[in-house]
Design a protein around this ligand. Sequence first.
Ligand code: G16
Length: 551
Amino acid sequence: ASIDENIKAASAKHPLVSLGDGKQYTYGTAGFRMKADLLEAVTFRVGLLASLRSRKLGGQTIGVMVTASHNPAADNGVKIVDPMGDMLEQDWERHATTLVNASSDDELAAIYNKLAVDLKIDLSAPAKVIYGRDTRPSGHKLVAALADALQATNTEFVDYKLLTTPQLHYLVRATNTEGTPLSYGKVSEAGYYEKLAEAFVRALRGRRVQGNLIVDCANGVGGPKLAELLKYIPKDKTGFHVKIVNDDVLRPEVLNLDCGADFVKTKQRAPPSPKPVPGVRSCSLDGDADRLIYYYVDAETGFVMLDGDRISSLAASFIGDLVESAGLKDELRIGVVQTAYANGASTNYITQHLKLPVICTPTGVKHLHHVAQGFDVGVYFEANGHGTVLFSSDALSAFKTKEPQSPAQKDALDTLAALGDLINQTVGDAISDMLLVEVILAHKNWTLSDWAMTYTDLPNRLVRVEVGNKDLFRTTDAERRLLSPVGCQDEIDEVVRKYKDARAFARASGTENACRVYAEAATRSEANELAERVAPAFSAPPPLSPSDPWL
Ligand code: G16
């Protein structure tokens, strides 16, 4: 049978569910993401696109990750990873959208062929796709649909089964660079652990981690994967003692439920279970282990959170100091990338205290990643804990080839070289970021409260608002201002003017069927009040309950 017939026959097994009202499936902040029962055909079609992408790029390996990350267990999602481990090139997102919305099997085959003609793709050239999934039960069915698409298009593939999202990104880059001078690591899950564990020990440079760390894994794939990584890290040599909690991957309904990085960040409190012990260093991953939030409970003042903005400023300050000690300050450009959600106090700290440039982009790591690539050391984190540090090839080679003029300079260069291996260069990776934070705290001999003292967060509140049609909300200025619905921004401006040092914005979520409202002000009660007054411009916000920490 021809490829065309194969595609049509395979597609018939995975019929597209209509969204009704002429609504389209769209490639959003993190690929296609929605209720899992809508995604089988979508995933099949993403498989077709991944095969086209691989053929377009000379047979390089493309990745497909099946995950809905921080969303509830009933959701799922699918996204494409480009050869160097980056997110799919943005120009191709519209091809994904076109292909996925084909209204019949015949039309699907026709669009597939038209894309091949328009993009000058040789359909008989070799193609390779690798894929993984998180722990959601729906993942099985979705990867089966994906495999059908890869078979129908004669695409070679490897099913890596359960992976964290950043592990899949690692594997894509490792596969494409294998045997070249740019080799990113061994092409296996074990290779990922070996690389991180070795770089962690090297980056510590004989220092020891102080005190235990409790890691809440959101009952997601990060639990078993972190447990695996720990087998590769020598406890005696590093002092790295970890207690993994919330690692139940057998009951899907508990995924991201009352735990995990998204819960901690949006609720601004520790997961209720296990009961927080005052003073203990804790952190939370999200459902696919690409977000990280640190926190502790102070016996007197209560919960203290160290979010993505904190990790960003900690990393920028530490790496900035190392670059200076290494004598590379005049050669390497360091910059920080944030989104509108970044706490104003963090932006001030980075620009005024660290004296580093900050660029603001729309939400979505794909946007931040792209801008961070413009620096030699590009630190990017979303406030929600999703981010990493990118090093240019000039920076990496300077760390390895610059002749040190003193033992201190050698130490700085060796630490930087180790960080280049420790920090995932493909995408934000909670496990790699956690090791980075642990290294920095060990170097500075800091507790979390030392870290928290670097600046004081402006009180803020994030509200999720259910709206009829979130697509009506269009923004500009890196999502800080609304273009439509007309008049909405004026209403926000009017409310904001009534508060001191205040800021608020609203935007449609790219991963949930809702809008998000963010408000920041001089005091906690004002931030709450501001959010509560802005949110009704769209619909009523959820009422605060008496036990709410904001009250
Ligand atoms: C995804 C994206 C993040 C984004 C988050 C929330 O995270 O990768 O960049 O910050 O969604 O996006 P939105 O506010 O548009 O819903 P994750 O962890 O869910 O993959």
